[in-house]
Write a protein that binds this ligand. Structure first.
Ligand SMILES: Cc1cc2nc3c(=O)[nH]c(=O)nc-3n(C[C@H](O)[C@H](O)[C@H](O)COP(=O)(O)O)c2cc1C
Ligand code: SF4
Ligand code: SF4
Length: 265
């Protein structure tokens, strides 16, 4: 069994779940590989989907939907009868963190067959609080679910998330957020603490950040994934009006072998 996992992750939650799934697949005799979604949307990689038995697609929930990059990625996919599973991470499970109807629909039009779908409640990377105890508790619960999910996928168990009744309303909210992300793209600000190290430039999934004449400039392709803000070693990045919704500072997910600390309370 060969399982390819394609994931987008702004701040590491989705990537960590992808890593747990990959490890579980491998520990149970399957071959598995993870590809960051932006490597595909930026044209760095074109996977040979026919060479894989199952493809997993993972992303963080943004405004009860997927970030725009997920739709861009689906636009790159070939028509085929590929079996796929979906996984999404969110800061809350309210309304199943939105609907994947539009994603499933687009993939169905390409002939792709959904075999499994799972939502993982992870620490919120914005719009909330993330003290270390909550971060650890959420992570280890999600990790246990990912281990179960991997067994289900390998065992051929089908599963699908129910669509919230207010799906259309949620999609309208999501459209507003996508518009807002683009509109606010140039509202990132950089303080004098910036060392021009280039980390944010190299890692932005839409190549939205450039250095010109010793200054950091943002284009209009922001996904609000927060990766630049999260990973800046100088804590030099801020946002003119979204700052109040950000966490005080980025959290660090626990190592898998820290579980004894978590269970001990
Ligand atoms: C712009 C933005 C919008 C978000 N919207 C939601 C949301 O609607 N519902 C939710 O439960 N979490 C929401 N979140 C929280 C993330 O989905 C959650 O923390 C996710 O695990 C982050 O994954 P990542 O680290 O892979 O980027 C949002 C986060 C951001 C940055
Ligand atoms: S990561 Fe931070 S310090 Fe480095 S270039 Fe970007 S803003 Fe400047
Ligand atoms: S500018 Fe920052 S928040 Fe926007 S897409 Fe790039 S890394 Fe993500």
């Amino acid at each position: 069994m060969r399982i390819l996992i394609i994931q987008f992750s702004g701040t590491g939650n989705t990537r960590r779940i992808a890593e747990v799934l990959r490890q579980e697949f491998e520990d149970n005799g399957a071959e598995s590989r993870i590809i960051p979604m932006e490597h595909i949307t930026l044209g760095k990689i074109t996977p040979d989907y026919a060479g894989w038995d199952i493809v997993g697609i993972g992303f963080p929930v943004h405004a009860m939907d997927a970030p725009a990059i997920v739709y861009d990625f689906i636009g790159t996919l070939p028509k085929s009868a590929t079996r796929y599973f979906l996984f999404k991470t969110a800061g809350s499970t309210t309304f199943n963190a939105g609907s994947t109807y539009n994603i499933r629909h687009k993939l169905a039009l390409l002939g792709w067959k959904l075999i499994h779908e799972q939502l993982y409640e992870m620490p919120p990377n914005a719009f909330g609080t993330a003290n270390p105890k909550k971060v650890n508790k959420r992570y280890f619960k999600a990790r246990a679910l990912a281990i179960k999910t991997a067994a289900e996928i390998l065992g051929g168990v089908n599963s699908r998330l129910a669509d919230p009744m207010i799906r259309n309303l949620l999609y309208r909210f999501a459209a507003l957020e996508k518009h807002g992300a683009q509109q606010s793209s140039k509202r990132w600000i950089v303080s004098s603490a910036c060392t021009l190290c280039g980390i944010c430039v190299e890692n932005c999934p839409t190549e939205n950040i450039h250095i010109e004449e010793g200054k950091l400039l943002f284009d209009d392709k922001c996904l609000l994934c927060l990766r630049c803000w999260w990973n800046c070693p100088a804590r030099a990045i801020s946002h003119t009006f979204l700052k109040p919704f950000f966490l005080k500072e980025p959290y660090i997910l626990p190592n898998d072998n820290d579980i004894s600390e978590e269970t001990n309370g």
